[in-house]
Design a protein around this ligand. Structure first.
Ligand code: EPU
Length: 335
């Protein structure tokens, strides 16, 4: 365990916002958690900092989980079970599984952040969510000082949410994730979403390997989403709103080209499209703005404060509300 006082938070959030962290506690080994001494049971947990907007200096202690390790727990004919430490980078794990020809998370290529944060918001992209391959989550109860294992069903996964993000917030520190991934010959490939099959067809790939799918997704993501090393951002800033069918039909009659996806009895509308229609795409507002290729991504053009980005997000919410009468909810966690 390492404890640093008054450090710059800039390298720890993909928006690149320069704030002060009063106390940064780095966990290198999960046994460190047993020695953690907090004056109050209040703290923030930081993973890769890729889904957080930090509005101002942080006085609460920050627990930064940087544990490493990918281990095969068991191997059957059809699948392997992997235990992955919370501090592993998610995309490094994806690359490791591809090197070993283990399938299931190739559609989640290039998602920034660490493995411990992945189940929190049930990361998802291109037709796959982590809940589809997740067997269990190990998490340390900070008050009881003991590690629990929560099986998939207990985590209450939904669209970009889980108990870790809602009911259990601040109670547990995720220590490991346990995934069941397919072995060669048993991969269930998912290429139905959006542009994936078009891109593969254009390359003349009829029966893609999981490596081909990953390469395709990496190229689609790179064309739409800014690299946080170059332009600070946290991916999709808002969730795609889900509206009742009646409201959808009303809006569709006015905007017949609106993209949409069925979501049980309701309809999911891409927030990026709604924001784009309000004229925000690529707009620069002071040091902030939205990305030129994807209006759902708020960006830091350099030296933006968290408060500036937060205010921009409020303006965007207001315009979507006034044009479409839809409330869009932030996907990122605001500190
Ligand atoms: N669209 C526009 N204008 C825009 C952006 C999008 O018209 O500025 C339209 C697109 O043309 C398309 C639709 O909106 O018809 C959906 O866009 P896209 O396929 O880019 O996906 P999304 O719904 O905006 C979601 C996830 C992404 C994920 C992609 C692919 C959410 C909040 N976002 O974006 O996840 O990569 O689908 O699966 O669900 C993230 O969570 O950080 C993230 C990047």
């Amino acid at each position: 365990m390492q404890i640093d006082n008054n450090v710059s938070g800039q390298p720890f959030n993909t928006f690149g916002i320069n704030v002060n962290f009063t106390k940064l506690i780095t966990i290198e080994d999960k046994s460190d958690l047993n020695y953690l001494q907090l004056e109050k049971p209040q703290f923030n947990i930081l993973g890769g900092g890729s889904n957080v907007l930090i509005k101002s200096d942080v006085a609460l202690p920050i627990i930064y989980v940087n544990t490493k390790g990918i281990n095969i727990l068991k191997e059957e004919e059809e699948y392997v079970q992997l235990q992955v430490a919370a501090g592993e980078e998610w995309h490094d794990l994806v690359l490791w599984t591809l090197d070993n020809d283990f399938g299931g998370i190739e559609n989640l290529s290039l998602i920034p952040g660490k493995c411990g944060a992945a189940p929190m918001q049930n990361i998802g992209a291109y037709g796959v969510e982590i809940k589809d391959v997740l067997h269990a989550v190990k998490a340390y109860d900070i008050n009881k000082k003991v590690e629990f294992t929560f099986h998939n069903q207990e985590c209450n996964f939904g669209y970009r949410t889980s108990n870790f993000k809602t009911n259990w917030k601040g109670k547990y520190i995720i220590t490991d994730i346990i995934l069941n991934l397919s072995k060669p010959g048993y991969h269930k490939k998912n290429i139905s979403y959006g542009a994936i099959s078009d891109v593969l067809n254009n390359q003349g790939i009829g029966d893609p390997t999981i490596q081909d799918i990953s390469n395709t997704i990496i190229s689609i993501r790179q064309s739409k989403l800014p690299d946080p090393q170059i332009i600070g951002n946290s991916g999709s800033f808002f969730k795609n709103p889900i509206v009742p069918k009646s409201q959808f039909e009303e809006i569709q009659s006015l905007f017949p080209n609106m993209p949409f996806y069925p979501a049980n009895d309701d309809i999911k509308i891409p927030a990026g499209w709604l924001i784009d229609q309000c004229g925000w795409k690529g707009k620069v507002v002071g040091n902030t703005g939205t990305y030129k290729n994807q209006a759902l991504v708020l960006v830091n053009h350099g030296n933006a404060t968290g408060l500036e980005i937060f205010k921009l997000s409020e303006e965007i919410q207001k315009s979507v509300k006034s044009k479409f009468n839809i409330d869009i909810e932030r996907e990122v966690n605001v500190w």
